[in-house]
Design a protein around this ligand. Structure first.
Ligand SMILES: NC(=O)C1=CN([C@@H]2O[C@H](COP(=O)(O)OP(=O)(O)OC[C@H]3O[C@@H](n4cnc5c(N)ncnc54)[C@H](OP(=O)(O)O)[C@@H]3O)[C@@H](O)[C@H]2O)C=CC1
Ligand SMILES: CC(=O)N[C@@H](CCC(=O)OP(=O)(O)O)C(=O)O
Length: 335
């Protein structure tokens, strides 16, 4: 399959390209940037030197659609919805790494993102590309909304317990920590080295836009209205997310019972590992794995979940979605 990347100079694009160049069923045929001087991809991403011989070009959407059968949109929200309709109309399949097609209600999108959605009719019908939950909906689709990084990490930890009715759907606390690459390569004050090194801080308290995404998906999984209090933190490391989550059990159960429920839920899912140990971000760094565990402590259920924000949180799951969409082996390029 010929594939292109819109926004090829960013961090998720780099991780995508590192996976795609070793994918047996894919050829990368188009890369875009808004930069006028058409840099070779190895200038932008030196680690790709000798692995991909292609320039990043300021291609029009229609030109990208001519070069590629499927396009990964690795641009910020807002920019994605400006390109996706034209790509689809030109016959391309699209996997959108941004948040533009994840929420099902345009009004919810507008209130959390502060933007009017310019393609609202596709919300609600677009598949949410978290394969561990929605794999059956992905094959053959034209557009996949790739999940957010905090969201996947949190949802994969909580979904089995909610689906099996083992925890209450309200009062769930998600305390999540992310490495700085989660904020992208585009410079921002908060991600300057002296601002974030040797420091940990919470941000977007009570108003982070992954809140409605987590609630939407977990409500679908549990069949009940799920409410979470989600607090993200920036930690001084390159990559990785740890979500520490607290919930009220519906009845007291042993750790072994809870772990067993998780293991049953993820049986046959190659990228979720239910572990006995307390997982660390290093355990999954550079991989498409999500490691999860669960404990019962002082009358609460405690769930720990880790991912690499750029792989299982973005580019790895995007390739997993490509594999399912196109009928390739689900793990192709990813193990
Ligand atoms: N970083 C992460 O861990 C995760 C990111 N995501 C999402 O993936 C997408 C890409 O993120 P990431 O790679 O981190 O971001 P980066 O900031 O690293 O890269 C974004 C890319 O998009 C291009 N770009 C920026 N603004 C615009 C615009 N207005 N129109 C067109 N192109 C633009 C830039 O390229 P140029 O300047 O060369 O044109 C740049 O290469 C975002 O939607 C992000 O929210 C999702 C999950 C995790
Ligand atoms: C550390 C950091 O800044 N992380 C990003 C989340 C990245 C992500 O998944 O963003 P989208 O949902 O927009 O795709 C943030 O909090 O905005």
């Amino acid at each position: 399959m010929r594939v292109g990347v819109l926004g090829a100079t960013g961090y998720t694009a780099l991780e995508l390209l590192k996976i795609l160049v070793r994918h047996p069923d894919v050829e990368v045929t188009g890369l875009t940037t808004r930069q006028e001087h058409t840099p070779h991809v190895s200038e932008v991403h030196p680690s790709l030197t000798g692995r991909l011989d292609l320039k990043c070009e300021d291609l029009r959407t229609a030109e990208l659609a001519e070069r590629a059968e499927l396009v990964f949109c690795a641009v910020p929200h807002g920019a994605a919805m400006a390109a996706v309709p034209e790509l689809l109309e030109a016959g391309c399949k699209v996997i959108d790494l941004s948040a533009d097609y994840r929420l099902s209600d345009p009004a919810v999108y507008e209130s959390w993102y502060g933007l009017v959605h310019t393609d609202p009719t596709r919300l609600g019908t677009t598949v949410y590309g978290l394969p561990e939950l929605f794999a059956d909906d992905i094959p053959g689709k034209d557009l996949i909304a790739n999940p957010g990084c905090y969201t996947s990490t949190s949802i994969l930890g909580l979904a089995p317990l909610l689906a099996e009715g083992l925890i209450e759907p309200t009062g769930i606390i998600i305390d999540a920590k992310s490495g700085v690459s989660g904020a992208g390569r585009t410079p921002k004050m908060t991600t300057l080295y002296p601002e974030c090194n040797e420091s940990i801080s919470a941000y977007a308290v009570g108003r982070h836009r992954h809140t409605p995404e987590i609630e939407q998906v977990l409500s679908k999984v549990s069949g009940k209205s799920v409410e979470v209090l989600f607090t993200p933190h920036l930690v001084p490391m390159d990559r990785g997310i740890l979500a520490t989550m607290y919930a009220t059990p519906t009845e007291q159960r042993s750790d072994d019972d809870l772990l067993e429920a998780m293991r049953n839920y993820y049986r046959g899912k190659p990228f979720v590992r239910v572990v006995d140990r307390l997982p660390a971000t290093k355990d999954v760094s550079g991989t498409n794995f999500c490691d999860v565990t669960v404990r019962q402590c002082r009358g609460k259920v405690l769930v720990l979940s880790v991912t690499d924000n750029l792989i299982k949180g973005a580019s790895g799951v995007a390739v997993q979605n490509l594999n399912l969409l196109a009928g390739f082996d689900e793990t192709a390029g990813l193990l």
